[in-house]
Write a new protein. Sequence first.
Length: 273
Amino acid sequence: MGTGTGKNILEAQVLRNEIKRRLIKHLISIFAVFFVGTIYYWVFEDLSFLDALFFTGITISTVGYGMPDTISSTGRIFTLFLILAGLSVVLYSVSYITALLVEGELTQLFKVRRTEKRVSKMNNHIIVVGIGNIGTQVVNQLLRFKEDVVGIDANITEKEIRERLIEDGSKLVFINGDATNENVLLKAGIKQARALITTLPDDALNIFVTLTAKNMNPNIYVVSNISNINNLTKFIYAGVDHPIATAEIAGVKMVETIILRKQRENVLDVLNI
């Protein structure tokens, strides 16, 4: 998760904006041809509005149901140009929109918009950065407590994370992106979130995510995984409220079971599974 991923996210955003721009342009083109054709036949050829709309449609589509006897010579010339417009402007626009649907780009665009709307309605939710082994368990436990969760990861898909979930994932919103990027954190609702848990395997990335998050929301409570306990001071300086050295804790727990002969705990009981 570095500058390469950030660049990819920026490129994806630019691509989405370009798709939206082209989609709007093609829809306007189709509407304009229908509008001009309908108004002409309605106003200048004395067809009813419905007949004018219908005749415009069959003319543009080149279906060829026949031409009304009342059409004037000027109307016939106009119809010829309308057919050419249908073959060029409308047909090209419809083909472009169909290609977007088939290739999934438009579907992905709608999905992104739905995600943004869901997050915009959230308040006091929890953001989890890095949905690996630790992150998956974090998400599962948060969902068990019925928390609203936004998960961020650049290396897995939403399908993969949902396959790992044990709890009901309806309260999880997933964003595929780099959490060191401010735009991604904004999409995750960083300003209205109450807590952030970062479980990335790289301490430097966890620290950078914390610094970015604290800069955007100074009141957010940050819990972070530490891979190297020697970096503890850096995490504290970065503003991590609760650093957790998961490897060291696991090691202590294992040794305690042997040296101190602690009673064996059932993992399933601990996780309440």
